[in-house]
Design a binder for this molecule. Sequence first.
Ligand code: SF4
Length: 121
Amino acid sequence: MTRNITCVTCPMGCGITVEINENGEVTSVSGNTCKRGETYAKNEVTNPQRSLATTVRVNDGVYNVVPCKSSAPLPKDKIFDCMKVINSIQAQAPVKLGDVLAENICSTGVNIVATNHCPAK
Ligand code: SF4
């Protein structure tokens, strides 16, 4: 099987072709301009991951929400479940940049951390 993907590791956006055998193993990678592209392509076809940036509701804060992100990329097939958890969180103000808003979300080993402050009212 052949997969054509676009590397999103840097703004060059190289088109990469990945050949996969019947066991799901990568047999060749072409079109990448550097080693990072090869690593990205292999991961994308065998274990796709995405970084997550969103917001969490805040109680008693000067803002209603605070921006947050995953501390590391999450498995792509767990993003939906992670968003359900994140949407259910109500952080209590004050929230400080770097506060962990959800620990080990969906048993991924990844935390959801605040990327800004939200002072209390
Ligand atoms: S293959 Fe290398 S140069 Fe091309 S987009 Fe990926 S990281 Fe950038």
